[in-house]
Write a protein that binds this ligand. Structure first.
Ligand code: GLY
Ligand code: MN
Ligand code: MN
Length: 428
């Protein structure tokens, strides 16, 4: 792990919140993610399983968490299984968690090596009434490879066919959107790294710089501050901004063009998700500023509408009405376009075709229970945009907002957003 240690109380409280939802006699099991293979004998850097991290703070490969709040023996109520190190592993891979380190990180008393897992599983399965297994139930996930959890689901059902199995995901989707103060602090820290990256590139961007050089400047700030990119950054100059998931980041930035930056740092696996759109030359044209102000008004109006009790669908609709009004004012839509529109495909979608925001947390597109209203403690992105391929530019602005009973709190309020402020900073 690169981040500073996190108090184990965060993970202990998360386990308590989960235990409060588990029916009597439940056994819950969660696996680490596989280290993804690439080509030949190479692998990518492993990405911690977000649910396992949420409940333990452990990032080490092959780890397994076993929760059994009603176990006959108290020491079996929470068990973490870890890969045991060896001289060979120490030489080739480096340090692995000791049992004492794992206790400190997680607040779990019983730490065992993986060799002990099969016997302990048999012992506790014989006491359990229901077994909750973990799976990725993000509605928009496209899954082509079998995860460690998915493999385990097949194996355990084959070994113990008469148990009742259930989905842990529905509890994780209820718990994870509501952030504790400690989690909000970690997201704020990710936002502060993102701010440092943005301030750095405001000093660096000038005509002729390549998009990849801008990406490198962000990487420099994030990594030296013990973070990483929370997702593949989108560094899109000119017309590239109209490709919503542009990832090539390889074109020169030209004088007169805008540069859309959808970039966020992750710190301790908690993500920030920011978008800014800046002028390559340091000065917005009149037209660019006109569109920018329209997007900024929709951003502000959509932030203000992030109130507990609002259904995400209604919030989206509200943002679309704000955007429709702006597009009418700009003359990009005509009253007849709105009057004749198919309600399932409103005319404004031609210019603003994506969602206005999403939950943010350990995952950039974080978990939330489908159909549930927005609650206090959720962190949401707000990210309206207007895309104008015919004019060779697109503008999106994105901030991260904490929902509270007293109203929305902008976690990116200190990241320059007004056109004048951006021009001033680029000039100096
Ligand atoms: N960067 C991904 C998103 O804004 O949703
Ligand atoms: Mn984004
Ligand atoms: Mn986003």
């Amino acid at each position: 792990m690169r981040h500073n240690p996190i108090p184990s109380s965060l993970f202990r409280e998360n386990r308590q919140r989960l235990q409060a939802l588990l029916p009597p006699g439940s056994l819950a099991l969660l696996n680490a993610n596989d280290v993804p293979p690439t080509n030949a004998d190479a692998t990518l850097l492993g990405v911690p399983n977000s649910d396992l991290f949420y409940l333990t703070g452990v990032e080490q490969e092959e780890s397994i968490l076993m929760l059994f709040p009603d176990a006959h023996e108290e020491k079996h109520r929470e068990i973490l299984f870890l890969r045991e190190t060896s001289d060979h592993i120490a030489v080739w891979e480096g340090h692995k968690l000791t049992k004492e380190e794992a206790r400190r990180t997680t607040g779990i008393r019983t730490i065992m090596w993986l060799q002990e897992f099969p016997a302990m599983l048999r012992l506790l399965m014989c006491q359990a009434h229901r077994v909750f297994l973990n799976s990725n139930e993000h509605a928009r996930a496209t899954i082509h490879v079998q995860s460690r959890d998915a493999r385990f689901i097949r194996e355990i059902q084959e070994a113990f066919p008469l148990h009742h199995y259930d989905r842990l995901a529905r509890f994780m989707h209820r718990l994870r959107p509501v952030k504790s103060p400690a989690e909000v602090d970690l997201i704020k820290h990710a936002c502060s790294l993102t701010r440092e990256g943005f301030l750095r590139i405001l000093k660096t961007v000038k005509p002729g710089i390549n998009e990849c050089e801008v990406e490198a400047e962000f990487a420099h700030e994030f990594i030296r501050r013990r973070g990483r990119f929370a997702y593949n950054p989108i560094i899109a100059s000119g017309k590239n901004a109209n490709v919503l998931h542009y990832l090539d980041n390889n074109q020169p930035c030209r004088r007169g063009d805008l540069l859309l930056l959808d970039v966020g740092a992750a710190y301790a696996n908690y993500a920030a998700d920011m978008t800014r759109t800046i002028p390559v030359s340091g000065k917005f044209s009149r037209r660019q500023k006109q569109i920018y102000q329209a997007v900024l008004r929709v951003l502000r109006g959509s932030i203000a509408a992030l109130l507990p009790g609002t259904l995400p669908r209604d919030w989206q609709h509200h943002a679309e009405l704000l955007m429709q009004e702006e597009l009418l004012q700009l003359g990009l839509l005509l009253p007849k376009d709105v009057k004749n529109q198919d309600p399932d495909r409103p005319a404004l979608k031609r210019y603003f075709m994506h969602g206005v925001g999403h939950p943010l947390g350990l995952d950039v597109h974080d978990l939330a229970e489908a159909g549930q209203p927005i609650q206090a403690g959720w962190v949401m992105t707000v990210e309206p945009g207007i895309y104008l391929p015919d004019e060779g530019f697109g503008i999106r602005l994105e901030n991260d907002i904490l929902v509270t009973p007293k109203g929305p709190v902008d976690l990116m309020a200190d990241i320059p957003l007004e056109t004048a402020e951006i021009e001033d900073l680029m000039r100096s």
